[in-house]
Design a binder for this molecule. Sequence first.
Ligand code: PAF
Length: 275
Amino acid sequence: MQTHHQIPALRQSLQGKTRIAFVPTMGNLHEGHLTLMRAARKYAETVVASIFVNRLQFGVGEDFEQYPRTLRTDSEKLAATGVDALFAPSENDFYPEPQGYFVEPPDFQHLLEGEFRPGHFRGVATVVLKLFNCVQPQVALFGKKDYQQLMLIRAMTRQLALPIEIVGVDTVRAPDGLALSSRNNYLAPAERAEAPRLYQTLNELKADLLREGLDKREILEQKARKNLDKHGWKTDYLAVRQQSDLQLPSLAGQKLVIVAAARLGQTRLIDNLEI
Ligand code: PAF
């Protein structure tokens, strides 16, 4: 596997490649990321990964400084998974001058995750577009765990007419149901034991909704939130939304998804469940 830290070297090495599948990451790779890498292989003969902890998508007081940086072990995992090239720029390589041009997503960026992480999706959209410009892939793969992020990137790609197919890949879970995430490393042992309750609660809410009907949505959402609160969680949101646009369910027959973000101690976890 080739590793490039600078944009010109990356571009040069990818010259003449006709079909590239790209998986952007912030590193500290786990099985969820490696599943994306393996899925990428099905779409193209050249698989490129990136590792870059993007300051622009972290808000004030968030974990930018603390975010685990494990480039050496990440590189080994990527090489063992058969990735062809890794783009791992330093902050100065990627943002050699202060980034003054941004991708400003529409109001959708202020919903749900965006309400609790102002500016987050503007930072994500900007870095993803810039990474796309560096790698120029035909296909890019993202995990469904970051459901709203995936929707936003799909919409950006469509509206800016980028010639890139965006593929969403199912969330990889630990045997107890916890969605794999680099932030799981922050959990103390007792918190790690409690953490699967988030996904369990989403499953219980799904079962309640299927049994009692969508008319009871608000009461059932509240019951789910109370269940988390009772066990020491602080829930940012736990909501049943339309899969198509993450708005409140309005039209009959719409496919739905439950999306949630909640804190256990200092750690903020997100998850979702399609209905
Ligand atoms: O999902 C992530 O890891 C990040 O938001 C991404 C897409 C790599 C952009 O920094």
